[in-house]
Design a binder for this molecule. Structure first.
Ligand code: HEC
Ligand code: HEC
Ligand code: HEC
Ligand code: HEC
Ligand code: HEC
Length: 377
């Protein structure tokens, strides 16, 4: 008998081990496998946030002394963002300013988003003074992707002035760059210049699992995975198709009869119409032809009157100078659309409303064909 005990004990343990493995494999849920830090670092390294050569991070290098001012440091420097959050020796801030100027030489590094304050932050304060407190982990993104101006700044600069009189005090108001969060929340944060007595869309309520910045953008590579969109939007098979997305509620806003194009197409065609209307207004009312180029200060005199932004015209010395209140409002709304390349997904309805109303406003003084256009509800 004694001879049998040891083999039995061994078999018992072997069977037990096997059972434990099977249990682990099939019955208990698998342990989540977090991405490795190496993989995450690699994704981040290829992103715009890590691009240490980008104008966003080297703009202040040649200044004397080379420091980033308190009104720019929050978004253009890791040191500035940590100062803003109160992760340095200073108190947390609200708004744009940091307590101190920041040194140059940093990017949007891991520590910007991974520190005690960032991890519990759920709200962001926007340039209009509005606060959104349902941002969850997107609050950090919203602090930098909110622009520097709101529709209220446009209102303030033009209030009580005759709409069509050129005024030397006026100038172009630039909302600033990559303003995704400001567009996403629309009228909730008064991003555009909103014409009086009209109602505008707030947050674009997409679908439950694709609402936050990081639901759609990988927080490290910043990329969108089109396969995820394809699950609901059958027109998508690769990245290039995102602009073809159209839903049941997407109407023929631009009135071109094409009800198969994506909401991107509806938006872009109306935006092009707005450019023509702005040019007509400048020529007929401000009495100086205007062209746009996507470089500071954006609006230039169309010296040769051919309607195109030619080389030689897009110099700072040739900046546009005949501003009226109506033109300040129209150019602000025109430019902001271009500052959100994802606007067609972030909140197409709000942008189309702004374009429609700007066209409608210009149509009071110049010819604009409004009859086919639809304003989103
Ligand atoms: C609320 C955040 C925020 C603040 C404050 C801010 N910026 Fe920016 N800025 C951005 C973002 C986001 C971009 C990214 C643009 C891009 O992808 O090129 C940017 C881009 C830029 C660029 C690069 C434009 C280009 O051609 O690529 C310059 C220059 C710049 N900002 C200057 C400034 C200055 C000067 C200040 C302070 C007076 C300032 N910014 C304040 C968010 C901000
Ligand atoms: C722009 C902000 C931002 C930056 C910069 C950033 N992260 Fe993240 N990271 C996030 C967010 C947001 C999450 C949460 C993702 C989620 O829950 O889906 C996250 C998640 C993580 C996780 C957990 C991943 C998991 O699978 O659970 C790790 C680890 C991590 N980040 C490491 C890093 C490292 C290392 C860097 C620098 C190379 C970095 N992060 C830079 C925003 C950022
Ligand atoms: C500290 C400020 C800051 C924070 C926080 C931040 N960003 Fe950015 N982001 C920038 C700047 C500045 C750029 C432009 C960098 C460049 O020009 O290379 C940028 C670029 C981007 C781009 C790419 C734009 C392009 O030109 O390709 C995306 C997408 C983006 N950010 C999304 C996010 C998301 C999502 C979050 C939150 C998880 C976030 N950002 C958090 C400042 C920030
Ligand atoms: C429903 C999905 C979705 C959500 C939510 C979302 N985005 Fe986007 N985002 C997109 C798409 C799609 C694009 C356009 C990509 C393209 O065409 O290159 C984009 C573009 C961008 C860009 C411009 C990138 C570039 O190449 O210039 C930035 C910056 C950005 N998003 C930031 C954000 C931030 C910040 C948030 C949260 C406030 C956010 N996004 C929320 C889908 C989303
Ligand atoms: C779970 C299903 C689902 C997923 C996944 C999904 N969407 Fe959507 N999407 C919808 C629905 C439903 C609507 C209509 C919402 C409405 O109009 O109220 C919509 C609307 C849109 C619109 C049209 C907005 C308009 O104003 O006409 C765009 C653009 C869009 N989604 C882009 C994306 C992108 C990009 C992704 C991937 C990052 C994505 N969606 C993932 C369900 C989804």
């Amino acid at each position: 008998m004694k001879k049998l005990v040891w083999p039995l004990i061994i078999i018992f343990f072997l069977l037990g081990g096997l059972a434990a493995i099977l249990l682990g494999q099939f019955i208990l849920p698998p342990e989540p496998r977090p991405e490795t830090v190496e993989a995450i670092s690699e994704q981040w390294s290829g992103s715009a946030h890590a691009d240490s050569e980008a104008e966003s991070f080297v703009h202040w290098d040649e200044d004397d002394p080379p420091v980033i001012s308190t009104s720019c440091a929050k978004c253009h420097s890791a040191y500035g963002f940590l100062d803003y959050l109160g992760e340095d020796e200073t108190e947390p801030n609200q708004g744009t300013s940091t307590d101190n100027e920041a040194n140059t030489g940093s990017v949007v590094s891991c520590f910007v988003c991974h520190n005690d304050s960032a991890h519990v932050k759920t709200s962001a304060y926007f340039p209009s003074g509005e606060t959104i407190d349902t941002l969850e982990e997107s609050a950090i993104c919203a602090e930098c992707h909110q622009g520097r101006r709101s529709g209220l700044d446009v209102e303030k600069s033009t209030v009580n002035l005759p709409e069509d009189e050129v005024n030397e005090e006026l100038g172009f108001i630039n909302i600033h760059y990559k303003i995704a969060a400001a567009v996403r929340y629309g009228t909730d944060v008064i991003t555009g210049y909103e014409y009086p007595e009209l109602s505008y869309s707030g947050f674009f309520n997409h679908v439950e699992d694709y609402q936050l910045c990081t639901d759609c953008h990988n927080p490290h590579s910043l990329l969108i995975n089109p396969d995820e969109c394809a699950a609901c939007h059958s027109e998508v098979s690769d990245y290039g198709d995102l602009r073809d997305i159209r839903t049941e509620d997407t109407l023929d806003f631009d009135g071109d009869g094409d009800t198969a194009e994506g909401v991107y197409g509806e938006l872009t065609k109306m935006h092009d119409m707005l450019y023509s209307a702005i040019q007509a207004y400048a020529e007929e009312v401000s009495d100086q032809s205007i062209v746009y180029a996507f470089q500071n200060p954006y609006w230039f005199i169309d010296t040769n009157g051919n309607g195109e932004a030619d080389e030689g015209e897009t110099e700072r010395a040739n900046s546009y100078g005949s501003w009226t209140p109506r033109l300040v409002k129209a150019t602000y709304n025109y430019h902001l659309v271009l500052e959100d390349p994802g606007g067609f997904t972030h909140n197409a309805r709000y942008l189309i409303q702004l374009i429609y109303d700007t066209l409608d406003d210009l149509s009071e003084v110049v010819d604009v064909e409004m009859s086919g256009l639809l304003r989103p509800e």
